[in-house]
Design a protein around this ligand. Structure first.
Ligand code: UD1
Ligand code: CA
Length: 456
């Protein structure tokens, strides 16, 4: 849609966050607030975007990358001044500027699309999105005439006692026609309580010039919540979380206890999977159908197949195929692949390893930099000795091998197909196919030793 451009204000410092980081880069649901706004604009059909940056401009620009053009507001002289900085970028633009703030992470594309459609059909020069608030403190108030037309917006700090009683507030979201917007911006002054160039004054000026100015009330005031402090950030996080969980439940996922379940919007989960309490699912994590996840599971960027049972486990940047069971107390580290029907028991760590179909790693193991075939059984306490202090080496264990308890596999080393390793071995050489490998000191018994010891 070429006649719509999103203009996103993100130059402010966000003083009340008390943060080294610019406010709009703080995350809600694992994603920067500004990114939420950019995504909502895209979903509303605003392919073109201009982001106004100022405080820590480089950091914000880096996040925006190729998602939009950048306009620099070197000094933060108010919201009107901020939009003036887009004049150069939008000098040939004829159409609607949808003006948004970078600190409203709960905004959704559908709502914006509806707002834009209403602006278009009304034929107004400008339309403001408003909300009814029981406690309107701090927001600009909407001033309407007897016929209900928007006459202007009065900031809290400039409002009379009577105006402060108005409960309809300015969300800071507008659709304004260009190039008219820039003609009016050029006439703004800063003779107000804050000594700033108010974007809100554009509406009263348009109204005074006989242009039509509309106001659309949003049904969901949560959605337009602006985040100024860490406390408000926590409120937004909780609203976002409930939203994500509600969508998953509607799609057939059982969430046993939403209050103790943390799932980012980016995560995908198949139907009939059950999520037990104290579960964190993050990033590009995908879980198939019919799984039981948790209690106490955390997965970051993990692809999980169908019918897996995974409890008391942390996995990151790895892959789990179908019908795998793992836990309790398992750590799956990056570049690990667990094939179908792998069984992992308690106190097991697997790193940068491929584990073949149906292989069992039941208790107390460290598996690092390994390629383990299918049908392998690793006894309790086995360890791959993969690191000599300088380099890492691989361990290869072929199909159907049986590794006895408490074996050290000193890499690089290969255990061939179908072989056995005696318990307590330290294996430093290849074990041939179908052989028995034993590498441990021979046992000696001293007859009567204990008896003599007791008589001393
Ligand atoms: C603004 C509105 C107010 C509205 C409220 C909604 C004005 C004058 N007031 O007030 O009517 O109810 O938003 O949340 O517009 N920014 C810049 N450059 C600046 C100043 C601000 O980029 O020079 C950015 C900020 O980073 C922020 C946004 O504009 O993302 C809003 O600024 P803020 O100072 O929070 O405005 P409010 O006082 O909340
Ligand atoms: Ca604000």
């Amino acid at each position: 849609m070429s006649d719509l451009v999103a203009v996103i204000l993100a130059a402010g410092k966000g003083t009340r966050m008390r943060s080294k980081m610019p406010k709009v880069l703080h995350k809600v649901g694992g994603k920067a607030m500004l990114q939420h706004v950019i995504d909502a604009a895209t979903a509303a059909g605003a392919e073109k975007k201009v982001v106004i940056v100022g405080h820590e401009a480089e950091l914000v620009e880096t996040m925006v990358a190729d998602q939009g053009k950048i306009a620099l507001q070197a000094e933060q002289l108010g919201t009107g001044h901020a939009v003036m900085q887009t004049k150069e970028v939008l000098k040939d633009f004829h159409g609607t500027a949808m003006i948004l703030c970078g600190d409203t992470p709960l905004l959704e594309g559908e709502e914006l699309a509806k707002f834009y459609a209403e602006h278009k059909t009304s034929g107004a020069a400008a339309t403001v999105l408003t909300a009814m608030m029981d406690n309107p403190f701090g927001y600009g108030r909407i001033i309407r005439d007897a016929a209900g037309n928007v006459q202007g917006i009065v900031e809290e700090k400039d409002a009379t006692a009577e105006q402060k009683l108005i409960k309809e507030i300015n969300t800071g979201i507008y659709c304004i026609e260009c190039p008219l917007l820039f003609d009016v911006l050029a006439t703004l002054t800063c003779d107000n309580a804050q000594g700033e160039y108010y974007l809100t004054d554009v509406l009263s000026k348009l109204n005074a010039a006989g242009q039509k100015v509309g106001g659309v009330v949003t049904a969901d005031s949560d959605m337009v919540m602006g985040i100024n402090s860490r406390q408000q950030l926590a409120v937004a996080e909780s609203v976002m979380r409930q939203r994500v969980l509600a969508k998953l439940m509607d799609a057939g996922v059982t969430i046993m206890d939403p209050a103790s379940t943390f799932i980012e919007a980016s995560v995908k989960i198949g139907a009939d999977t059950i999520i037990y309490p104290y579960t964190w699912l993050e990033g590009s994590t995908e879980i198939g159908e019919d799984c039981e996840i948790g209690p106490n599971a955390r997965f970051t960027n993990v692809k999980i197949g169908n019918a897996c049972h995974l409890q008391f486990i942390y996995g990151h940047d790895c892959r789990v195929c179908d019908a795998v069971t793992a836990g309790p107390y398992v750590h799956l580290r990056p570049d690990t692949v667990l094939s179908n029907r792998v069984k992992i028991g308690n106190f097991v760590e697997v790193k940068n390893s491929n584990v073949g179909e149906g292989t069992k790693l039941p208790h107390l193991l460290y598996i690092g930099d390994s390629d383990i075939g299918s049908g392998v059984n690793m006894g309790c306490g086995c360890i791959t000795v993969n690191y000599d202090g300088k380099k890492k080496y691989r361990t290869v264990i072929e199909d159907d091998a049986f590794v006895g308890c408490n074996t050290n596999l000193v890499a690089p080393v290969t255990v061939r197909k179908g072989s056995y390793i005696g318990a307590g071995s330290t294996i430093t050489k290849e074990v041939p196919e179908n052989a028995l490998g034993i590498g441990r000191a021979k046992q000696i018994n001293i007859e009567g030793w204990a008896e003599k010891q007791r008589q001393k």
